[in-house]
Design a binder for this molecule. Structure first.
Ligand code: AMP
Length: 209
């Protein structure tokens, strides 16, 4: 199955993509994770992306689209993939349609007020890419999955969160209309416990596990 997960920052795309990707046995491809890895490793892509990510702006399409195209051409994507964080605007959605045929686009909807609380309490594990909320952690510094050291993402600060939500509303939310027009959009309520969102996504995709 070839899928994209849409939704504002903090909607739970990454968490759900991890679970659903594992359940469907398809790779979870997060462009945000790819950029963060590239930044940690100091690659040319990472160096180009850093200023944009720190500001909460989109990394230019000239960098992002080629990176995704290359990743989707790898062997593990032959039977499907789950894209999280791409496409982020209609131009990216059009580019993706030029090199791959999606089965569905799942939009995980959550209201802005909830997102701000979720993003500011979010902790990230650079070792396993796990994401957690401090309210659900026994120790806010230790990853419950792999024991790695949890950090706060640099772009999870109030000013950058505001920019990211603004970018989402102006540039990314029109992507849902793009897929609605193609008849492959599935809407899911992201404002419910994690297991409920997972069940709603599987139902929307008509998958019985
Ligand atoms: P995320 O982890 O998906 O919240 O992404 C973190 C940041 O990476 C975003 O705020 C953007 O700066 C950048 N980014 C991730 N995906 C894309 C994309 N598809 N297009 C442009 N920039 C992106």
């Amino acid at each position: 199955m070839k899928l994209v997960f849409l939704g504002p920052p903090g909607a739970g795309k990454g968490t759900q993509a991890e679970v659903i990707g594992r359940a469907l046995n398809i790779p979870h491809i997060s462009t945000g994770d790819m950029f963060r890895k590239a930044m940690r490793e100091g690659t040319p892509t990472g160096l180009k992306a850093k200023a944009y990510i720190d500001q909460g702006q989109l990394v230019p399409d000239s960098v992002t689209i080629d990176m995704v195209k290359e990743r989707l051409s790898e062997d593990d994507c032959k039977n499907g993939y789950l894209l999280d964080g791409f496409p982020r605007d209609v131009h990216q959605a059009e580019a993706l349609a030029g090199f791959s045929q999606l089965d569905a686009a799942v939009n995980i909807a959550v209201a802005d007020e909830k997102l701000i609380a979720r993003l500011s309490g979010r902790r990230f594990c650079p070792k396993c890419s796990g994401t957690f909320h401090i309210s659900a952690l026994a120790d806010a510094k230790v990853c419950p999955n792999c024991g790695g050291e949890l950090v706060q993402r640099q772009d999870d600060n109030p000013a950058t969160i505001a920019n990211r939500l603004n970018v989402y509303h102006t540039q990314t939310s029109p992507v849902t209309a793009f897929y609605a027009q193609k008849g492959i959009l599935k809407e899911v309520d992201g404002d419910q416990p994690m297991e409920g969102v997972t069940a709603a996504i599987l139902k929307a995709l008509a998958v019985n596990l």
